[in-house]
Design a protein around this ligand. Structure first.
Ligand code: NAD
Length: 260
């Protein structure tokens, strides 16, 4: 379905971004990978996607907190793969602390990576999408873009910002073939969440399995984690013609979290 299109997935060396990149690759899109990790593991991933799906795969190591590195990545994608047709803003970090104890550098990093980077990639992608009169901007927000949890002030502020930004871009592009939407996952068992499971197990002196159960029981009625492949399938739907008029939505996939 996506042959000839190019998709940039920020933060695609792990977790949800990797799941979405794989789903887009399986539909034939060329992929720009981004994110941190072992160079050999990233190179293996790049080669595996190329060989499995017969697509082109670029990797750019842009630090999403640095606007000039983002600009360099967008320019390289334009030069080598004729621009970004599908932009998945996924890179994100978390830090858990009460507001009065929140380290300033963590606040700045979360706002830069989880929110400002979405502005920088989007502002640089839209001119090329406009030339083709087609584009998909998919922002991986969170249920924390819709409701809050204690001790996540920076993350909640950034993710609420992402949803507002998604809607503003949807209005600016409403009369074009470009759509802008957000996906709001509940708990997904990725390294970002595993760190919270580990902390909880240590704090409450319980096993990792018990810590996972407690984490889910608190917020996610299905008591099951969302799978990155399920989020990939939703991203594919948003890229389809059936979703041409899906604009400015924040679509949760959260095991019932938001139904409470
Ligand atoms: P993860 O830690 O598994 O992956 C994060 C990715 O972002 C990695 O590839 C990492 O290298 C990359 N990254 C981090 N900082 C970066 C930077 N400065 N520059 C470039 N890349 C950077 O996390 P995940 O759980 O897969 O999270 C992905 C997105 O999904 C995040 O935006 C997160 O907020 C969101 N999300 C996650 C969950 C969840 O339960 N895991 C729920 C809702 C939303």
């Amino acid at each position: 379905m996506l042959q000839g299109k190019t998709a940039l997935v920020t933060g695609s060396t792990s977790g949800i971004g990797l799941g979405i990149a794989e789903a887009l690759a399986a539909q034939g899109a060329n992929i720009v990978l981004n994110g941190f990790g072992e160079p050999s593991a990233i190179s293996d991933l790049q080669q595996r996607l190329q060989a499995t799906y017969g697509i082109q795969v670029l990797y750019h190591a842009a630090d999403m907190s640095k606007p000039e590195e983002i600009a360099d990545m967008m320019a390289q994608a334009q030069r080598e793969l004729t621009g970004i047709d599908i932009l998945v803003n996924n890179a994100g970090i978390q830090h858990v602390a009460n507001v009065e104890d929140f380290p300033l550098e963590k606040w700045d990093a979360i706002l830069a990576i989880n929110l400002s980077a979405v502005f920088h990639t989007t502002r640089l992608a839209i001119p090329y999408m406009k030339q083709k009169n087609w584009g998909r901007i998919i922002n991986i927000a969170s249920v924390h873009g819709l409701v809050a949890s204690a001790q996540k002030s920076a993350y909640v502020a950034a993710k609420h910002g992402v949803i507002g930004f998604t809607k503003a871009v949807a209005l600016e592009t409403a009369q074009t073939g470009i759509t802008s939407n957000a996906i709001c996952p509940g708990w997904v068992l990725t390294p970002l969440v595993q760190r919270q499971v580990d902390d909880r197990a240590a704090k409450e002196s319980v096993s990792l399995e018990e810590a996972k159960k407690r984490l889910l029981a608190e917020k996610q009625p299905s008591q099951e984690f969302v799978d990155p492949a399920q989020l990939g399938a939703l991203a594919i739907f948003l890229c389809s013609a059936a979703a041409d008029q899906v604009r400015g939505v924040a679509w949760n996939m959260d095991g019932g979290w938001m139904a409470q």
